[in-house]
Design a protein around this ligand. Sequence first.
Ligand code: SF4
Length: 209
Amino acid sequence: MNISVSRIHFPVTTLGPGKRIGIWFQGCSLRCKGCLSPDTWQVKDSHFTVAQLIDQVQEWLPFADGITISGGEPFEQPDALLTLLREIKQRFKGNILVYSGYEWGVIEDSVAQMSPYIDALISEPFNVEIPQTLMLRGSDNQRLHLLTPLGKSLFKQYQRVVTPEDKKLDLAFDDQGRLFLAGIPERGDMQRLSQLLALQDNTLKQLKK
Ligand code: SF4
């Protein structure tokens, strides 16, 4: 079974409890205005398989508390998603959180087929016009579904407003050495980061003169 993946990373500490393996799917047709991951939109043919993906994350499994699957849009590769979830659950006792930009009514039947592999799921499209105050969500229309007893016990703590003490972002490098952010940035964070990086770049250029 082929799967198109944008990136994988461990540890991610801002997309659910504990240290997590992050798996970002490649390909999303939803095109939410203000999406912070437009690099994951393009559908790309992939010869990468679920078995190869499992091989790559295998070494992290003993150290991971959970896995977060995001995108891109995982439900636009439903067969690969189901196969991945089934294979992971055979090897891993931790919890699984899945993000989708689809409305709950659209994916409800697919989610039921994936039961009980998904412990918690966040649905609904990101909407930049709607305020962002809730944990794990980019806009407050997004809904956190607690789907298993494990999901209920671990994720009910996220049914609340973000506080200044909550860590929101992990900075990480992908396998090509490019910097990326994992987590849910606050509005304006990306602009502030770009300005900071541009400032540092200018400072470095000045020092080299
Ligand atoms: S569903 Fe996610 S990846 Fe797709 S456009 Fe919306 S925010 Fe971006």
